[in-house]
Write a protein that binds this ligand. Structure first.
Ligand SMILES: [Zn+2]
Length: 746
């Protein structure tokens, strides 16, 4: 899975005064370090940089992507051995940790249109002579969605746009229901697993997901092999496990999927889909879509295919027959340790997954080989006498693509020890060319901004931080611009899901970061056989310069966290960000109240009816219940308390303490994130325990901040909204009390 899907159009305008102000002056001493230890660290970092080699990194990329290496395949195992042996040669204690997980692979895939004409879908991406690994047919996993159930269903086809709940409201108005029918959705707009989930909730019996060229095909740029974008036969594999419920092995929720683990029966597995689902290319989708009957869809529903988009509902008739091998397969995480010299029981964990859907040069290997460069360079520093203060653990996760299997099972297996010892988890997952993306726990916002100010951008004379800031200024709106101008740090994104930080952050409450470059590399190879070395080297990061930049960012972050005199947590940015979330949910309720009132008036006074074309079907929506007054005071008060506590904690004070006192302070600092979780977790999904950040129940990867409150409001559950406001307020107060304890140590 991948971090970036955004594409930015660079507006050619130079805002020199904006760029000059606040621009990235690196902070000395660095957060968590004294003047002396800062100087030592900086000289270490320049040695670290000199050990990095783009050439060697790209050679690893070529080797690791030479064959398909999905979970359970022979080359996946061979890659694990290779990665572990590399880590050993750099001086790490490296081993494979094995888990046994449910991993379905396709046995039968038949999709055909039976009326008004006959057409059997190819379901084949096809070899290209320009792409050396695209012909490895016997080793490739066919195009499919993992954790779709088996099924043989036939029914009329309905086009559902992105397949989100709001799209079904539109279908209702057009008088179309999907009961007993097969839906076809385009990729995009929501995470793919949401599409079959919502389709099944509305009574559909099957779901096809196709790649519209508007999303990542010819509408965006030239298609592969001429350009990087998805060609007519490209299809997007991917998991449709109900990950917003819980990720990891569907049979061992909340516990490690070891050999001995107690497994539930497949029949009671909650995270499999309820209906069969399959991804298809647009060359397979076009004949079906052309035959859709009924009214023309709204403009926002139209893609870039050469046809008029209709809803369907009666024609055509489609059959899909899917059968899978429901095997339990071994997965292998590579875990490599470098023990800390002074505080070995404080762990800095750095991970990237290593499994791919097919050859996966970009996703995930581009991020993995950058991380390996980083680890190798640290190994070389260790050979010359450097020892990290804290323990560093590198992890190359397996089974990420199917549902964060490797990271989740590892985190669940070692949960108790991780709660005690894990200070920070740093993730990456693929890397491209362009702008530094930083997301994660806002208590690390100042820290990771600082790191970016020390790394040069490969294409300009700026630092990666300055360039990221320039991008946000130039391409942001007026509100975003004034915020950037007013803050010394860039606000980092909040984490939803879609990569391996989820079990650490959202289940265990370990402060986490996710890092990667992107925005300028062409998309279109995502989860296809064309995500290959040949594609990567032409269109993503040809010289590996951004891979090295990622190694510099990730390596500095890891080293600084491992070496700091006091862990570089800082709470005023966190408090500020939580304050904005509190304002957002308050405004959300206010806006909904006004919108509901207006919409209900238009229904009751006949205005809505008056603007309908009487020759077209229109089903009047029902009036919605009015939004009551909601008391946000407990939340506001908690945020005020948090701001006060954050202001009182001063990161620099700890530098004057004895080493023993510093270790005690560290523990309070990194444990604070645990207090943002509750053991009861979120409503209807207790695995997700973090009360500030969660993947959306109906958005998938997309983050919901203050998720308990926000999703209660969005689903118009007013009683639950009030309960969740109290829970969030108490959580924030407990967290503020932990900051006060840290202040007291100083
Ligand atoms: Zn990935």
């Amino acid at each position: 899975m991948r971090f970036y899907s955004f594409r930015l159009t660079f507006v050619l305008l130079f805002v020199s005064s904006l760029l000059a102000q606040n621009a990235g002056v690196s902070r000395v001493p660095m957060i968590g370090f004294s003047s002396e230890s800062s100087a030592r660290q900086l000289s270490l970092e320049s040695k670290f940089d000199s050990n990095l080699s783009a050439e060697e990194m790209l050679a690893w990329l070529k080797r690791l992507s030479a064959h398909p290496h999905h979970t359970g395949s022979p080359y996946n195992r061979a890659n694990a051995e290779f990665i572990a042996s590399q880590f050993r040669s750099w001086g790490y204690d490296a081993k494979l940790e094995e888990f046994q997980v449910l991993f379905p692979t396709p046995k039968t895939r038949i999709v055909e249109m039976t009326a008004p004409e006959k057409f059997t879908l190819k379901l084949n991406e096809g070899q290209l002579k320009e792409d050396a690994t695209s012909g490895q047919k016997n080793e490739q996993l066919p195009t499919y969605n993992a954790y779709s159930i088996d099924g043989d269903v036939t029914g009329p086809l309905v086009y559902v746009n992105y397949g989100r709940p709001v799209d079904y409201e539109e279908l209702d108005k057009a008088g179309i229901d999907v009961k007993g029918k097969i839906v076809i959705s385009r990729y995009g707009g929501s995470w793919r697993g949401i599409k079959p989930k919502v389709a099944a909730e509305h009574g559909a019996v099957g779901c096809l997901i196709y790649s519209d060229p508007r999303d990542d095909g010819y509408f965006q740029g030239d298609t592969y092999p001429k350009g990087s974008y998805r060609n007519e036969n490209g299809a997007q594999r991917g998991s449709v496990m109900d990950m917003p419920l819980f990720p990891g092995d569907p049979l061992t929720k909340g516990i490690g999927a070891t050999k001995e683990a107690k497994r539930i029966d497949i029949k009671s597995a909650e995270t499999l889909t309820k209906i069969p689902v399959l991804p298809i290319s647009y060359s397979d989708a076009l004949p079906l879509l052309r035959n859709l009957d009924g009214a023309v869809v709204p403009e926002s529903w139209r893609g870039a295919l050469p046809m008029t988009y209709h809803f369907g509902g009666k024609t055509p008739t489609v059959r899909m027959k899917l059968e899978f091998n429901w095997d339990i397969k071994p997965i292998y995480d590579v875990i490599a340790r470098m023990p800390g010299s002074e505080r070995p029981d404080q762990w800095i964990i750095r991970g990237n997954h290593r499994d791919a859907w097919v050859n996966g040069a970009d996703d995930p290997l581009s991020g993995l080989v950058a991380m390996m460069q980083e680890a190798k360079s640290l190994g070389e520093l260790a050979k010359t006498g450097w020892k990290p203060k804290r323990t560093i653990i590198y992890a190359a996760w397996d089974g990420e693509e199917q549902g964060l299997l490797g990271s989740t099972e590892w985190a669940e297996t070692h949960a108790e020890e991780l709660r005690q010892k894990a200070a920070v988890y740093i993730n990456s997952d693929s890397n491209g060319r362009g702008f530094l993306g930083m997301a994660g726990s806002h208590s690390l916002e100042r820290f990771i901004n600082d790191v970016g100010k020390y790394v040069p951008d490969p294409q300009t004379k700026m630092t990666v931080w300055d360039r990221a800031r320039a991008n946000q200024l130039v391409n942001g709106n007026a509100t975003q611009r004034s915020e950037i101008m007013a803050r010394p740090e860039l606000r980092i994104g909040a984490l939803g899901s879609g990569s391996d930080y989820t079990p650490f952050l959202q289940h265990l409450g370990i402060a986490s970061l996710n890092l990667g470059f992107g925005g300028e590399d062409g998309g279109g190879s995502y989860h296809s056989i064309y995500d290959s070395y040949d594609h990567f080297i032409r269109f993503v990061d040809p010289a590996g310069a951004y891979g090295i930049a990622l190694a510099k960012v990730g390596g500095r972050a890891t080293m600084r966290l491992a070496d700091a005199d006091v862990l570089p947590f800082e709470y005023t940015n966190f408090a500020d960000t939580i304050g904005t979330y509190a304002n957002e949910v308050t405004k959300l309720a206010d806006t909904m109240r006004e919108d509901t009132k207006t919409a209900n008036q238009f229904i009751s006074n006949g205005m809505l009816r008056a603007v309908q074309d009487p020759t077209k079907t229109f089903v009047m929506p029902k009036e919605k219940d009015a939004v009551p007054a909601i008391n946000f005071e407990p939340l506001k008060n908690a945020v005020e308390k948090l701001k006060e506590s954050a202001k009182n904690y001063q990161a620099t004070k700890g530098l004057r303490l004895s080493a023993a006192k510093q270790a005690e302070l560290d523990r309070l600092l990194y444990s604070s994130e645990r207090y943002l979780t509750t053991t009861a977790g979120l409503p209807r999904r207790d695995w997700f325990r973090h009360q500030m950040y969660a993947p959306g129940f109906y958005t998938g990867y997309g983050v919901k901040t203050l998720p308990g409150i926000r999703e209660a409001i969005e689903s118009r559950n007013w009683k639950e909204a009030a309960e969740q406001i109290d829970i969030a307020a108490r959580t924030i107060e407990r967290y503020a009390a932990e900051i006060d304890k840290a202040t007291a140590v100083n």
